[in-house]
Design a protein around this ligand. Structure first.
Ligand SMILES: NC(=O)C1=CN([C@@H]2O[C@H](COP(=O)(O)OP(=O)(O)OC[C@H]3O[C@@H](n4cnc5c(N)ncnc54)[C@H](O)[C@@H]3O)[C@@H](O)[C@H]2O)C=CC1
Ligand SMILES: O=C(O)C1=NCCCC1
Length: 312
């Protein structure tokens, strides 16, 4: 169906996959995070997302609105996360795009591909600023959808000689290692997977720490992507205390990140603050990007799709 004033255009996952490339998305997310961190009300409006949780299923549902003046776009993402799902994906999302001129809905977009790619793009931005020199080894903890998108995005920025994969169910790690190819190897223990890693990505659905401070090489950079609840953690508190910690949103981290809240770690800077002032980067130290996800990342991705598909 063609988009028009009366009917929003539906944009499928396949269409989004075709037009959303990391060469465009990584700089767009970098710019969006920098805009957000300037907290200039007439550039961007992004309230803290509304989250509902469902203890019995350990489910989560969030509504994430944002207005971007520079992109001339109003976006709301709605996303569910049910980690116990087995026969269906754990995450399901939709992205609604509205006109800034008259409020009409311009598009209804699949939100799953956008979530996968923009989350990985944000980690790629952090890794670009916080990795010391040319990294040799990448370790990925978790072998789900975000593990795959993170490998693709970070490999767009750096070419790794070695990719180490761990998963709490080893078959997942073996499958992802096989997909990646000869540079990749599955490991039975987290300790062995991360021992030599210059960059570590944690993309599990664990609510308890999987990565311990004593296993991490000094100076490594960690993209901590999971644990989106105030009582969940992927990293042990000592690792958070030992590291220079970055967040996508200070408010988001203080509201939702058990890794930050339970460790009482200090947030050194937002990624966007670091983009605006690169002297905030500490690549020689052990660094953690605590990623929770912010709507401006979704808007940056949606803008690329709107422009490429010429959505009215
Ligand atoms: N920061 C952000 O912007 C976003 C964060 N996420 C988070 O990233 C994480 C991964 O997401 P997806 O890859 O889409 O999920 P997924 O369901 O595709 O993969 C989850 C992975 O975690 C593993 N896992 C599950 N339970 C575990 C446990 N108890 N201990 C260790 N590993 C376990 C699974 O085997 C699988 O490899 C989730 O926590 C999700 O909420 C997801 C989207 C955006
Ligand atoms: O930003 C997002 O999208 C999500 N963040 C936390 C986990 C669910 C999806």
């Amino acid at each position: 169906m063609e988009g028009s004033q009366e009917h929003p255009l539906f944009v499928s996952a396949e269409s989004i996959s075709d037009c959303l490339e990391f060469k465009d998305l990584i700089p767009a997310v970098e710019k969006g995070l920098a805009t957000f961190s300037r907290r200039s009300g007439d550039e961007l409006i992004q309230p803290l997302r509304t989250v509902m949780t469902f203890p019995e299923s350990n489910g989560y549902f969030a509504s994430m609105p944002v207005y971007s003046k520079i992109d001339d776009i109003i976006v709301t993402k709605m996303v569910s996360f049910f980690p116990k799902n087995t026969d269906v994906p754990s995450h399901n999302a939709v992205i609604l795009v509205f006109s800034t001129k008259n409020g009409l809905m311009r598009a209804i977009m699949d939100g799953d591909v956008i979530t996968l790619k923009r989350t990985a793009a944000a980690s790629a931005v952090a890794t670009k600023y916080l990795t010391n020199g040319q990294p040799h080894t990448l370790a990925i903890l978790g072998s789900g959808s975000q593990a795959r998108s993170h490998y693709a995005a970070i490999s767009h920025v750096f070419k790794f000689q070695q990719v180490n994969i761990w998963n709490h169910r080893s078959a997942g790690a073996e499958a992802l290692a096989k997909e990646i190819g000869p540079t990749a190897q599955a490991f039975a223990s987290v300790e062995d997977a991360v021992r030599d890693a210059d960059v570590i990505v944690t993309v599990t659905s664990s609510d308890k720490p999987v990565l311990k401070a004593e296993w991490v090489k000094p100076g490594a950079h960690i993209n901590a992507v999971g644990a989106c609840r105030p009582n969940w953690a992927e990293l042990d508190p000592q690792l958070m205390q030992n590291s220079v910690v970055y967040a996508d949103s200070r408010e988001g981290a203080m509201s939702e990140s058990g890794d930050v809240i339970m460790s009482k770690a200090t947030i050194h800077a937002e990624i966007g603050e670091m983009v605006n002032d690169p002297t905030l980067a500490r690549p020689a130290e052990t660094t953690v990007f605590k990623s929770l996800g912010v709507a401006v990342e979704d808007a940056s991705a949606a803008k690329i799709v709107v422009d490429k598909l010429k959505i009215p």
